[in-house]
Ligand binder design. Structure first.
Ligand code: SAM
Length: 340
């Protein structure tokens, strides 16, 4: 086979030359021989610092990344392939497979294909129900790979250990967490109500100059993960997590905050009295809700009225769509400022 033969010290130079000329055979890996190296070529050209030779041996094939479609060809019909959602949620090394009912019979085959297609995936699970109960947890079933539901997720410069069934977590909210961190100003004291395994407190602390971030979580298992995650990220000097019900934990707090984050979309507004009680004048509140697109303005108006009834005046600065719950229904964050 045609090849450029050079000393190892010229390897990078020769490779760049071959790439620039478009003559490097990309299907083959280079072969080393003592202090020399062979690069397979697809056309004969003169190469500076190398001899062009015809080798007797054949070069090893470069492994091409295989796509899900290639792996499922022949196992799923073209119509079935079209039904497969193109984006799936990856939490740490676990892929959470979302597939329509029509493909249920083939879920194991699909799960195995994802394992093969991505070397970062060790386990594929499917959701067995939606988030329910006060802890907002859900059941998942392992379909393929390592039988585990615990993983370490990497996001916005932090590591987060969590269990998919015992703690709430959504990788899809990563950019929203970073948005809040980027709004946080130097020296702020931040309260995250409903902090779960601590993704918000850690992302805010890591990506802002907040003086201190506090989290409060009711679920004892999520709280235990949160404590471990604070240590894992070496943020124990700037993050404190409390365990318990915000209704009991917030009133006795001796401090007031520059920013309060309320990531409990179904019922968050029921806890506005607590957020307002500990928010400084001029503080920011981020309140989450699941809303139909057509209801967003009415919801903002309702929230302002709730605050007024509680004796506070707030300004809604922004209504940010930060995720899709179902067709037409969004996870929306109201960014508010406490005026008085
Ligand atoms: C939607 S999850 C959000 C968790 C976390 N902030 C995240 O983004 O991954 C809501 C969390 O609030 C917690 N929670 C519900 N009611 C609570 C309460 N009254 N006091 C404290 N935490 C509560 C649940 O256990 C759950 O972990």
């Amino acid at each position: 086979m045609l090849a450029a033969y050079t000393e190892l010290k010229y390897a990078e130079k020769v490779k760049q030359f071959l790439l620039k000329k478009g003559v490097l055979h990309l299907d083959h890996l280079p072969v080393k021989e003592l202090d020399h190296i062979f690069f397979a070529m697809n056309k004969k050209v003169a190469v500076p610092n190398a001899k062009v030779v015809n080798t007797k041996f054949s070069f090893p094939e470069r492994q091409k990344p295989v796509t899900i479609d290639e792996l499922l060809k022949g196992k799923l019909t073209a119509k079935e392939l079209e039904l497969l959602p193109r984006t799936q949620e990856l939490v740490g090394e676990i892929l959470i497979l979302e597939i329509p009912d029509e493909l249920k019979k083939k879920e194991k085959i699909i799960a195995e294909a994802y394992l093969k297609a991505n070397k970062h995936i060790f386990t594929v699970v499917k959701k067995s129900d939606i988030h329910t109960g006060q802890f907002r947890t859900r059941k998942v079933t392992v379909l393929a790979g390592k039988k585990t539901k615990e993983t370490v997720h990497h996001e916005n410069g932090i590591e987060l250990k969590l269990h998919l069934e015992r703690t709430y977590f959504s990788a899809r909210s990563g950019s929203e967490r970073l948005r809040i961190a980027q709004l946080t100003k130097s020296g702020e004291e931040v309260l995250v109500m409903f902090s779960g395994a601590a993704p918000y407190p850690l992302v805010i602390a890591k990506n802002s100059e907040a003086r201190h971030v506090y989290g409060i979580e009711l679920n004892p298992e999520a709280h235990t993960y949160a404590l471990e995650n604070v240590l894992l990220n070496n943020l124990q000097d700037r993050v404190t997590i409390l365990h318990g019900d915000v209704k009991r934990k917030i009133p006795p707090l001796k401090k007031r905050f520059d920013r309060v984050v309320m990531p409990l979309p179904k019922t968050g507004e029921q806890f506005l009295d607590l957020a307002l009680l500990k928010a400084k004048k001029g503080a920011f509140i981020h309140l989450y809700s699941f809303l139909d697109e057509t209801e967003i303005d009415a919801y903002a108006k309702k929230v302002k009225e709730i605050c007024n009834k509680l004796g506070y005046s707030v300004k809604v600065l922004d209504k940010v769509k930060c995720g899709q719950f179902s067709p037409g229904v969004f996870r929306v964050c109201l960014d508010m400022k406490v005026l008085s």
